[in-house]
Design a protein around this ligand. Structure first.
Ligand SMILES: C[S@@+](CC[C@H](N)C(=O)[O-])C[C@H]1O[C@@H](n2cnc3c(N)ncnc32)[C@H](O)[C@@H]1O
Length: 709
């Protein structure tokens, strides 16, 4: 049985598009105004065609789910809304957690092995023993408590069972299936080539991708992406000229259209009593919910004009959130939390995007092969793939495969890692250099560790830490499979750094998080997250980020950077954590991530104002970038100013840090004899001639040298 990717990743929004967002990080009203009608069309089309997603439990029916890939390329690029595909899980993203098969559909309909587990269960479970009365929204109060927590002992963590972990990290093993069909390839993802619209280009698109034509097609797609961008800019300009008035007329037209629709009659928002009654009877038919969502979106987009007399905006919002929760299967709390991140229409796009699997992507392991050689080898095996886009020179998107992509000889030989495109981003932002000492503070199963090892060309040292010992097994396995020789695996609570070891040139903190960016991979997030989870997660993230900052060597000649990332879209886990770090550590500043796309972080959110530099951080969304929801912030750590004794003492307790980095910092001279001795041992073990000891190694033999960290 063959497997075919269900969708293609859309072009990442270039920064200039992202800047169409206003100062709060939201898309500007103008842009949305333009998009609104399209989105509503899409919504209307989707919602009306869409089979039931969530049936009333009381009826016990199974909703039929069908993938609708839209042909309209323009629309696909601009947040196509398609309905759910029945999901069969298997590992997909080793970078995050072993992954799932949700980028795939069965070509011949054979059932597949499922490996279903939340990427973040381990990190979520760990909070079971974590008690406190924190109120994230009372930031000042929370801060004090954060400090208390930082002074406290390292918490005992329950990070999940080994069995579960093993299952999670297993590469996908599939049954063999039908040959890949180039012409069945779904529409394009990141700019690589085939969005061109001329007949000639369309014809070319039909042709199989070969090594010979890959580059040419890639160029053609880049050109098409530029054309699309121009088109978008022109559309936006036109929209601006047309202004709000036109929108109002469009809405009025739609009103007329819709009010004439069928025999349903004019829409009336249920009263509080009617909603109560509905709840008692198990909720309305899915068609009723669909229509109500459509109507609420339409009215909220032009409330002044369309809102019913005597009914408030918040009544419509409350009805819409409740319907979103029931329609997409979220708990009310999370539906509201996610809804609040976006303007109304965009929120629907976000929820829709969470119903569609993200593209399947792999990262070439440049320690073992080159991307073109890997592509050729996989093409020869019947894998249909293309480079992801020009922002990465190691990524490939797999559209279709007649072989299990997690069990090819190339996979087993470590030529690639199954890894979500979003997972490349923090490593690109961190930019580890050959010869550096790098800490990956929460690293299992090692997608980012192995990426860093490759960028460092197997030189220097990557300390790959993860608090969950069971997860370090898969980390170690990946490190070996990919031939990373500069990686040391360890298992500490990240909050023990830099006591364990400090003085790193660069640190990556890919923090444990709620996983609200990867709901399409792990639908359990929809129902298993509560307010308390977010409070506790945010708290842990704040503790970890301070320890990560303090583990960086500010005087590093080549680095001195920290990247903080999560695969979550909530503000509590992202901007709030970064803002906290900026306030607690005056010696750090935010710097540009260097990523070409992504939406700026929120400078303010629901009455909370963050450091304005937080807009230098980047958000990535499934409905905008066709990637997992992700967040990346990059800091430069500078030397701390001299402190008074009291300040110094406070800092020492704060994170158990000050002075520790210096005390345990690396010292090249000190390390040299150890390195030489280890090289001698390795040569001896291989039966090769061992060179005589140098002066440096004899004068300070490892046995005599003071222990480094
Ligand atoms: C998002 S995942 C990391 C994914 C990894 N960076 C990769 O690319 O493969 C978060 C990890 O944090 C680990 N973790 C949770 N709490 C931790 C803590 N206090 N210290 C260190 N690691 C922790 C979890 O076990 C989990 O493996």
């Amino acid at each position: 049985m063959g497997r075919r990717a269900k969708n293609k990743q859309g072009d990442p929004t270039p920064l200039k598009d992202a800047q169409a967002h206003d100062s709060t990080g939201r898309p500007s009203a103008k842009k949305l105004g333009k998009r609104k009608a399209e989105v509503q069309d899409d919504e209307r089309e989707t919602l009306s065609k869409r089979p039931m997603k969530k049936m009333k439990e009381s009826e016990g029916k199974q909703a039929p789910k069908k993938n609708q890939v839209k042909d309209d390329k323009k629309r696909t690029k601009k947040f196509a809304i398609s309905s759910v595909k029945t999901k069969t899980k298997e590992p997909e993203d080793e970078g995050e957690a072993g992954g799932s098969s949700e980028g795939w559909e069965d070509v011949e309909g054979e059932d597949l092995t499922s490996h279903k587990k939340s990427l973040f269960h381990d990190s979520d479970e760990e909070f079971a023993g974590f008690d406190g009365d924190l109120n994230e929204y009372d930031i000042e109060g929370a801060e004090d408590e954060d400090d208390d927590m930082l002074r406290g002992p390292i918490q005992e963590l329950d990070l999940g069972s080994e069995d579960e972990d093993d299952e999670e990290e297993l590469p996908a093993v599939k049954t063999k299936g039908q040959k890949s069909k180039q012409h069945e390839r779904p529409s394009k993802i990141i700019p690589t080539g085939s969005d061109a619209s001329s007949d000639e280009e369309d014809e070319d698109e039909e042709a199989p991708v070969t090594m010979a034509n890959m580059e040419a097609r890639s160029r053609a797609l880049d050109a098409a992406a530029v054309r699309d961008a121009d088109l978008d800019a022109e559309e936006m300009r036109q929209a601006e000229l047309a202004g709000e008035e036109e929108d109002d007329f469009a809405d009025a037209d739609m009103d007329a259209d819709e009010e004439g629709e069928g025999d349903e009659g004019a829409f009336q928002l249920p009263t509080a009593e009617e909603r109560e009654q509905e709840k008692k009877t198990g909720g309305p038919q899915v068609q009723v919910v669909q229509r109500r969502m459509r109507e609420c979106v339409r009215i909220l987009n032009n409330f002044r004009r369309l809102g019913a007399k005597g009914r408030s905006r918040s009544e419509y919002v409350s009805q819409l959130i409740s319907d979103i929760a029931s329609y997409y299967g979220y708990n009310d709390f999370l539906a509201e939390k996610l809804f609040q991140l976006f303007p109304v229409s965009e929120a629907i796009e976000f929820f829709e995007a969470n119903e569609v699997a993200r593209p399947v992507t792999i990262r070439t392991n440049t320690l073992r092969t080159r991307r073109r050689d890997l592509a050729q080898a996989l093409i020869n095996r019947g894998v249909n793939l293309e480079p992801i886009g020009k922002w990465t020179n190691v990524g490939l998107q797999v559209f279709e495969s007649s072989v299990p992509i997690g069990a090819t000889p190339e996979y087993l030989a470590g030529h690639y890692m199954l890894q979500a495109a979003s997972s490349f981003l923090p490593v690109i932002a961190l930019g580890p250099q050959p010869g550096e000492r790098v800490l990956d503070m929460a690293s299992a199963p090692g997608g980012k560790t192995t990426h860093m090892a490759a960028l460092m060309q197997n030189t220097g040292m990557v300390f790959a830490n993860d608090a969950n010992k069971a997860r370090t097994k898969s980390l170690t396995a990946n490190v070996h499979r990919l031939g990373c020789k500069n990686v040391v695996v360890c298992s500490y609570d990240g909050r023990e750094f830099p006591k364990v070891m400090g003085g790193f040139d660069r640190v990556l903190l890919d923090a444990p998080c709620s996983g609200t960016g990867v709901i399409s991979k792990d639908a359990s997030v929809k129902t298993n997250k509560s307010d308390r989870d977010f409070t506790l997660l945010s708290h842990l993230q704040k503790q970890l980020i301070l320890c990560a900052i303090d583990s960086v060597q500010p005087e590093s000649k080549t680095g001195g950077y920290l990247v903080y990332s999560t695969c979550s879209v909530t503000v509590d886990e992202n901007e709030a954590v970064v803002d906290y770090a900026l306030r607690k550590r005056p010696n750090v500043k935010l710097v540009e991530t260097g990523l070409e796309f992504g939406v700026p972080g929120f400078k303010s959110y629901r009455g909370r104002n963050f450091d304005p530099r937080v807009s230098m951080t980047r958000r990535f969304y499934p409905h905008v970038h066709n990637m997992d929801g992700f967040y990346v912030a990059k800091f430069k750590v500078e030397k701390r100013a001299k402190k008074t004794k009291e300040e110094g003492d406070a800092m020492d307790v704060d994170a158990g840090v000050e002075g520790v980095a210096g005390k345990f910092a690396f010292n090249d001279d000190e390390d040299r004899p150890y390195i030489e001795e280890s090289k001698r041992k390795s040569l001896k073990a291989k039966g090769l001639r061992v060179p005589p000891r140098t002066k440096a190694s004899t004068t300070t033999s490892p046995a005599k040298a003071p222990a480094a960290a």
